[in-house]
Design a binder for this molecule. Sequence first.
Ligand code: 13P
Ligand code: SF4
Length: 346
Amino acid sequence: MPVDAMYQALKAKLHDVVPDVELRYKAELAVEVNRLKKEKNAVILGHSYMEPTLYHSIPDYRGDSLELSRKAAQTDKDIIIFCGVRFMAETAKILSPSKTVLLPAKEAGCSLATSITADDVRRLKARFPGVPVVTYVNTYADVKAESDICCTSSNAKAVVESLPDDTIIFLPDEYMARNVAGETGKHIIFPGLSSRIDTEVDFQLVGWHGRCEVHEKFTVQDIARIRQQFPDVVILTHPECSPEVVDASDFSGSTTAMIRYIEQTQAPRYLLLTECAMGENVAAANPDKEILQLCSVRCPHMNQITLEGVRDSLLHTQYVIEVPEEIRMRAAQAVERMIAIGASGA
Ligand code: 13P
Ligand code: SF4
Protein backbone atom coordinates (compact mmCIF):
# COMPACT_ATOMS: atom_id res chain seq x y z
CA MET A 1 0.00 0.00 0.00
CA PRO A 2 1.43 3.43 -0.88
CA VAL A 3 2.05 5.94 1.93
CA ASP A 4 -0.89 8.16 1.02
CA ALA A 5 -3.34 5.26 1.01
CA MET A 6 -1.99 4.14 4.41
CA TYR A 7 -2.33 7.68 5.74
CA GLN A 8 -5.93 7.88 4.50
CA ALA A 9 -6.75 4.47 6.01
CA LEU A 10 -5.27 5.45 9.39
CA LYS A 11 -6.94 8.86 9.26
CA ALA A 12 -10.35 7.30 8.60
CA LYS A 13 -10.00 5.22 11.77
CA LEU A 14 -7.92 7.38 14.09
CA HIS A 15 -8.63 11.05 13.25
CA ASP A 16 -10.20 11.56 16.71
CA VAL A 17 -7.36 9.84 18.57
CA VAL A 18 -4.04 10.71 16.89
CA PRO A 19 -2.88 14.18 15.72
CA ASP A 20 -2.71 14.51 11.93
CA VAL A 21 1.02 15.22 11.78
CA GLU A 22 1.69 12.04 13.73
CA LEU A 23 -0.59 10.04 11.45
CA ARG A 24 1.46 11.04 8.40
CA TYR A 25 4.72 10.04 10.05
CA LYS A 26 3.27 6.74 11.31
CA ALA A 27 1.85 5.96 7.86
CA GLU A 28 5.36 6.22 6.37
CA LEU A 29 6.73 3.91 9.05
CA ALA A 30 3.90 1.40 8.62
CA VAL A 31 4.50 1.20 4.87
CA GLU A 32 8.21 0.61 5.44
CA VAL A 33 7.43 -2.13 7.99
CA ASN A 34 5.00 -3.84 5.60
CA ARG A 35 7.61 -3.76 2.82
CA LEU A 36 10.30 -5.26 5.09
CA LYS A 37 7.84 -7.83 6.37
CA LYS A 38 7.27 -9.11 2.83
CA GLU A 39 10.96 -8.99 1.94
CA LYS A 40 11.95 -11.01 5.05
CA ASN A 41 9.02 -13.45 4.87
CA ALA A 42 7.80 -12.43 8.32
CA VAL A 43 4.42 -12.53 10.02
CA ILE A 44 3.42 -9.84 12.51
CA LEU A 45 1.22 -10.74 15.47
CA GLY A 46 -0.36 -7.79 17.29
CA HIS A 47 -1.82 -7.98 20.79
CA SER A 48 -5.00 -6.00 21.57
CA TYR A 49 -2.96 -3.57 23.73
CA MET A 50 -0.80 -2.23 20.90
CA GLU A 51 -0.96 1.52 20.34
CA PRO A 52 -3.61 2.49 17.76
CA THR A 53 -1.43 3.38 14.75
CA LEU A 54 0.54 0.14 15.04
CA TYR A 55 -2.55 -1.94 15.80
CA HIS A 56 -4.42 -0.64 12.74
CA SER A 57 -1.58 -0.86 10.23
CA ILE A 58 0.93 -3.73 10.38
CA PRO A 59 -0.33 -6.88 12.17
CA ASP A 60 -1.32 -9.85 10.01
CA TYR A 61 -3.25 -11.14 13.01
CA ARG A 62 -4.61 -9.34 16.06
CA GLY A 63 -6.02 -10.89 19.18
CA ASP A 64 -5.64 -12.06 22.74
CA SER A 65 -2.86 -14.29 24.07
CA LEU A 66 -4.62 -17.53 23.16
CA GLU A 67 -5.46 -16.54 19.59
CA LEU A 68 -1.97 -15.23 18.93
CA SER A 69 -0.30 -18.33 20.33
CA ARG A 70 -2.45 -20.40 17.96
CA LYS A 71 -1.35 -18.25 15.01
CA ALA A 72 2.28 -18.58 16.09
CA ALA A 73 1.93 -22.36 16.08
CA GLN A 74 0.41 -22.39 12.59
CA THR A 75 2.54 -19.94 10.61
CA ASP A 76 4.67 -21.01 7.63
CA LYS A 77 6.69 -17.74 7.64
CA ASP A 78 10.40 -17.69 8.57
CA ILE A 79 10.14 -14.89 11.12
CA ILE A 80 7.51 -14.15 13.76
CA ILE A 81 7.48 -10.56 15.01
CA PHE A 82 5.54 -10.47 18.26
CA CYS A 83 4.02 -7.09 19.00
CA GLY A 84 3.27 -7.82 22.63
CA VAL A 85 5.41 -8.57 25.68
CA ARG A 86 8.25 -11.00 26.23
CA PHE A 87 6.26 -13.90 27.68
CA MET A 88 4.05 -13.83 24.57
CA ALA A 89 7.06 -13.93 22.22
CA GLU A 90 8.50 -16.76 24.32
CA THR A 91 5.26 -18.70 23.95
CA ALA A 92 5.54 -18.26 20.18
CA LYS A 93 9.09 -19.66 20.29
CA ILE A 94 7.96 -22.55 22.49
CA LEU A 95 5.37 -23.49 19.87
CA SER A 96 7.44 -22.72 16.76
CA PRO A 97 11.05 -23.58 17.65
CA SER A 98 12.28 -23.63 14.06
CA LYS A 99 11.20 -20.00 13.46
CA THR A 100 13.10 -16.85 14.28
CA VAL A 101 10.94 -15.08 16.89
CA LEU A 102 11.61 -11.37 17.40
CA LEU A 103 10.37 -9.03 20.13
CA PRO A 104 10.64 -5.40 18.97
CA ALA A 105 11.87 -4.17 22.39
CA LYS A 106 14.72 -5.32 24.60
CA GLU A 107 12.68 -5.80 27.79
CA ALA A 108 8.87 -5.51 27.52
CA GLY A 109 8.31 -7.55 30.67
CA CYS A 110 5.17 -8.11 32.76
CA SER A 111 4.61 -7.76 36.51
CA LEU A 112 2.86 -11.15 36.58
CA ALA A 113 5.69 -12.93 34.76
CA THR A 114 8.29 -11.56 37.19
CA SER A 115 6.18 -12.42 40.25
CA ILE A 116 7.20 -16.09 40.24
CA THR A 117 10.27 -18.20 39.47
CA ALA A 118 10.72 -21.85 38.51
CA ASP A 119 12.21 -22.42 41.99
CA ASP A 120 9.03 -21.06 43.59
CA VAL A 121 6.97 -23.55 41.57
CA ARG A 122 9.27 -26.45 42.51
CA ARG A 123 8.93 -25.53 46.18
CA LEU A 124 5.15 -25.36 45.92
CA LYS A 125 5.09 -28.76 44.22
CA ALA A 126 7.20 -30.16 47.06
CA ARG A 127 4.70 -28.77 49.58
CA PHE A 128 1.68 -30.12 47.71
CA PRO A 129 2.92 -33.40 46.22
CA GLY A 130 0.85 -34.74 43.34
CA VAL A 131 -1.26 -31.56 43.05
CA PRO A 132 -1.38 -30.43 39.38
CA VAL A 133 -0.09 -26.97 38.47
CA VAL A 134 -2.09 -24.66 36.19
CA THR A 135 0.00 -21.70 35.07
CA TYR A 136 -1.30 -18.52 33.47
CA VAL A 137 0.57 -17.87 30.19
CA ASN A 138 1.79 -14.57 31.68
CA THR A 139 4.90 -16.40 32.96
CA TYR A 140 8.34 -17.19 31.58
CA ALA A 141 9.26 -20.46 29.88
CA ASP A 142 11.04 -22.02 32.90
CA VAL A 143 7.89 -21.54 35.00
CA LYS A 144 5.72 -23.04 32.25
CA ALA A 145 8.15 -25.98 32.14
CA GLU A 146 7.33 -26.77 35.79
CA SER A 147 3.59 -26.76 35.06
CA ASP A 148 1.12 -29.41 33.98
CA ILE A 149 -1.01 -27.12 31.85
CA CYS A 150 -1.19 -23.42 30.98
CA CYS A 151 -4.24 -21.22 30.68
CA THR A 152 -5.05 -17.75 29.38
CA SER A 153 -7.70 -15.28 30.46
CA SER A 154 -10.06 -16.81 27.90
CA ASN A 155 -9.93 -20.38 29.19
CA ALA A 156 -8.81 -20.33 32.85
CA LYS A 157 -12.09 -21.77 34.16
CA ALA A 158 -12.27 -24.38 31.37
CA VAL A 159 -8.69 -25.49 32.04
CA VAL A 160 -9.30 -25.84 35.79
CA GLU A 161 -12.52 -27.74 35.15
CA SER A 162 -10.77 -30.03 32.66
CA LEU A 163 -8.66 -31.51 35.47
CA PRO A 164 -10.14 -34.41 37.43
CA ASP A 165 -8.19 -33.52 40.60
CA ASP A 166 -9.88 -32.17 43.75
CA THR A 167 -7.07 -29.71 44.46
CA ILE A 168 -5.18 -27.54 41.95
CA ILE A 169 -2.29 -25.08 42.18
CA PHE A 170 -3.13 -21.98 40.12
CA LEU A 171 -0.27 -19.53 39.42
CA PRO A 172 0.72 -16.70 39.58
CA ASP A 173 -2.16 -14.18 39.35
CA GLU A 174 -3.86 -13.76 42.72
CA TYR A 175 -6.90 -11.99 41.29
CA MET A 176 -7.41 -14.37 38.38
CA ALA A 177 -7.12 -17.28 40.83
CA ARG A 178 -9.72 -15.67 43.12
CA ASN A 179 -11.99 -15.08 40.11
CA VAL A 180 -11.64 -18.71 38.99
CA ALA A 181 -12.24 -19.89 42.56
CA GLY A 182 -15.48 -17.87 42.61
CA GLU A 183 -16.60 -19.26 39.22
CA THR A 184 -15.84 -22.87 40.08
CA GLY A 185 -16.98 -22.78 43.72
CA LYS A 186 -13.51 -23.72 45.00
CA HIS A 187 -12.04 -22.45 48.25
CA ILE A 188 -8.65 -20.85 47.71
CA ILE A 189 -5.65 -20.45 50.01
CA PHE A 190 -2.47 -18.41 49.54
CA PRO A 191 0.18 -20.18 51.60
CA GLY A 192 3.51 -18.45 52.17
CA LEU A 193 6.36 -20.65 51.03
CA SER A 194 7.64 -21.23 54.54
CA SER A 195 4.49 -21.26 56.68
CA ARG A 196 2.73 -24.45 57.72
CA ILE A 197 -0.60 -25.46 56.15
CA ASP A 198 -3.42 -25.78 58.63
CA THR A 199 -4.66 -29.26 57.78
CA GLU A 200 -8.12 -28.35 59.11
CA VAL A 201 -8.59 -25.75 56.38
CA ASP A 202 -10.60 -27.04 53.45
CA PHE A 203 -9.18 -25.82 50.14
CA GLN A 204 -9.30 -26.85 46.48
CA LEU A 205 -7.20 -24.10 44.91
CA VAL A 206 -3.72 -22.94 45.91
CA GLY A 207 -2.84 -19.46 44.67
CA TRP A 208 0.16 -17.14 44.44
CA HIS A 209 0.51 -13.43 45.12
CA GLY A 210 1.29 -12.11 41.60
CA ARG A 211 -0.67 -9.12 40.31
CA CYS A 212 -1.00 -7.21 37.07
CA GLU A 213 0.28 -3.73 37.83
CA VAL A 214 -2.32 -2.28 35.45
CA HIS A 215 -5.50 -4.14 36.36
CA GLU A 216 -4.92 -4.09 40.13
CA LYS A 217 -5.37 -0.29 40.02
CA PHE A 218 -9.07 -0.35 39.08
CA THR A 219 -11.40 -0.05 42.08
CA VAL A 220 -15.05 -0.55 42.96
CA GLN A 221 -15.12 3.20 43.68
CA ASP A 222 -14.14 3.88 40.04
CA ILE A 223 -17.12 1.80 38.94
CA ALA A 224 -19.50 3.48 41.39
CA ARG A 225 -18.39 6.94 40.22
CA ILE A 226 -18.83 6.10 36.54
CA ARG A 227 -22.24 4.49 37.12
CA GLN A 228 -23.37 7.57 39.03
CA GLN A 229 -22.40 9.78 36.11
CA PHE A 230 -23.59 7.38 33.36
CA PRO A 231 -26.28 5.05 34.78
CA ASP A 232 -26.69 3.26 31.41
CA VAL A 233 -22.98 2.43 30.94
CA VAL A 234 -21.96 -1.18 30.32
CA ILE A 235 -18.70 -1.93 32.16
CA LEU A 236 -16.26 -4.58 30.95
CA THR A 237 -13.35 -5.89 32.98
CA HIS A 238 -10.38 -8.15 32.38
CA PRO A 239 -10.16 -11.12 34.81
CA GLU A 240 -6.83 -9.75 36.08
CA CYS A 241 -8.96 -7.19 37.99
CA SER A 242 -9.91 -7.93 41.60
CA PRO A 243 -13.01 -10.12 42.18
CA GLU A 244 -14.77 -7.10 43.71
CA VAL A 245 -14.20 -5.10 40.51
CA VAL A 246 -15.17 -8.05 38.29
CA ASP A 247 -18.35 -8.60 40.33
CA ALA A 248 -19.29 -4.93 40.05
CA SER A 249 -18.88 -5.02 36.25
CA ASP A 250 -21.35 -6.26 33.60
CA PHE A 251 -18.96 -8.53 31.71
CA SER A 252 -15.49 -9.94 32.28
CA GLY A 253 -13.34 -11.69 29.72
CA SER A 254 -10.12 -11.79 27.73
CA THR A 255 -9.21 -8.83 25.55
CA THR A 256 -10.80 -10.49 22.51
CA ALA A 257 -13.89 -11.50 24.48
CA MET A 258 -14.37 -7.84 25.50
CA ILE A 259 -13.87 -6.65 21.91
CA ARG A 260 -16.46 -9.19 20.64
CA TYR A 261 -18.91 -8.27 23.38
CA ILE A 262 -18.85 -4.63 22.28
CA GLU A 263 -19.13 -5.58 18.60
CA GLN A 264 -22.10 -7.84 19.24
CA THR A 265 -24.16 -5.72 21.64
CA GLN A 266 -25.91 -2.36 21.39
CA ALA A 267 -25.51 -0.30 24.54
CA PRO A 268 -25.56 3.50 24.78
CA ARG A 269 -22.00 3.49 26.07
CA TYR A 270 -19.25 1.17 27.30
CA LEU A 271 -16.38 1.48 29.74
CA LEU A 272 -13.37 -0.81 29.39
CA LEU A 273 -11.40 -1.43 32.59
CA THR A 274 -8.22 -2.63 30.95
CA GLU A 275 -5.11 -1.21 29.26
CA CYS A 276 -5.99 2.15 27.69
CA ALA A 277 -4.69 1.57 24.16
CA MET A 278 -7.32 -1.11 23.76
CA GLY A 279 -10.07 1.44 24.48
CA GLU A 280 -8.71 3.60 21.67
CA ASN A 281 -8.53 0.61 19.31
CA VAL A 282 -12.09 -0.44 20.13
CA ALA A 283 -13.36 3.13 19.72
CA ALA A 284 -11.67 3.36 16.30
CA ALA A 285 -13.18 0.05 15.17
CA ASN A 286 -16.69 0.94 16.44
CA PRO A 287 -17.27 4.56 15.44
CA ASP A 288 -21.02 4.21 16.08
CA LYS A 289 -20.45 3.33 19.75
CA GLU A 290 -19.40 5.52 22.65
CA ILE A 291 -16.41 4.09 24.49
CA LEU A 292 -15.58 5.78 27.79
CA GLN A 293 -11.98 5.74 28.97
CA LEU A 294 -10.41 5.62 32.41
CA CYS A 295 -6.94 6.26 31.21
CA SER A 296 -4.67 6.87 34.14
CA VAL A 297 -3.33 3.36 33.64
CA ARG A 298 -1.10 2.18 30.81
CA CYS A 299 1.00 -0.96 30.66
CA PRO A 300 4.61 0.30 30.65
CA HIS A 301 5.70 -2.97 29.02
CA MET A 302 3.21 -3.13 26.15
CA ASN A 303 3.97 0.54 25.51
CA GLN A 304 7.58 -0.28 24.66
CA ILE A 305 6.45 -1.74 21.34
CA THR A 306 6.43 0.92 18.64
CA LEU A 307 6.39 1.10 14.84
CA GLU A 308 9.99 2.32 14.99
CA GLY A 309 10.91 -0.69 17.11
CA VAL A 310 9.23 -3.10 14.69
CA ARG A 311 11.06 -1.54 11.73
CA ASP A 312 14.39 -1.85 13.56
CA SER A 313 13.60 -5.39 14.58
CA LEU A 314 13.09 -6.34 10.92
CA LEU A 315 16.14 -4.37 9.76
CA HIS A 316 18.54 -5.74 12.38
CA THR A 317 16.89 -9.08 13.30
CA GLN A 318 16.44 -7.99 16.92
CA TYR A 319 15.61 -8.95 19.68
CA VAL A 320 15.87 -12.68 19.10
CA ILE A 321 13.92 -14.83 21.58
CA GLU A 322 15.70 -18.02 22.63
CA VAL A 323 14.45 -20.74 24.96
CA PRO A 324 16.82 -23.58 25.97
CA GLU A 325 15.57 -26.76 24.29
CA GLU A 326 15.18 -28.78 27.49
CA ILE A 327 12.95 -26.06 29.01
CA ARG A 328 11.13 -25.47 25.73
CA MET A 329 10.10 -29.10 25.36
CA ARG A 330 8.59 -29.26 28.85
CA ALA A 331 6.93 -25.84 28.49
CA ALA A 332 5.51 -26.87 25.09
CA GLN A 333 3.63 -29.77 26.70
CA ALA A 334 1.87 -27.39 29.11
CA VAL A 335 1.03 -24.87 26.36
CA GLU A 336 -0.11 -27.52 23.87
CA ARG A 337 -2.38 -29.13 26.47
CA MET A 338 -4.00 -25.73 26.92
CA ILE A 339 -4.36 -25.13 23.18
CA ALA A 340 -6.12 -28.48 22.85
CA ILE A 341 -8.75 -27.22 25.31
CA GLY A 342 -9.33 -23.91 23.52
CA ALA A 343 -11.19 -20.77 24.52
CA SER A 344 -13.91 -21.20 27.18
CA GLY A 345 -13.53 -24.94 26.72
CA ALA A 346 -14.74 -24.71 23.09
P1 13P B 1 -5.37 -11.50 27.03
O1 13P B 1 -4.95 -12.92 26.98
O2 13P B 1 -6.79 -11.34 27.49
O3 13P B 1 -5.12 -10.83 25.72
O4 13P B 1 -4.53 -10.75 28.16
C1 13P B 1 -3.15 -10.64 28.19
C2 13P B 1 -2.69 -9.64 29.14
O5 13P B 1 -1.52 -9.46 29.37
C3 13P B 1 -3.69 -8.84 29.84
O6 13P B 1 -3.10 -7.94 30.69
FE1 SF4 C 1 1.47 -7.91 32.25
FE2 SF4 C 1 -0.53 -6.41 33.14
FE3 SF4 C 1 1.00 -5.49 31.19
FE4 SF4 C 1 -0.71 -7.52 30.72
S1 SF4 C 1 -1.21 -5.41 31.25
S2 SF4 C 1 1.42 -7.38 30.07
S3 SF4 C 1 -0.60 -8.61 32.70
S4 SF4 C 1 1.67 -5.93 33.30
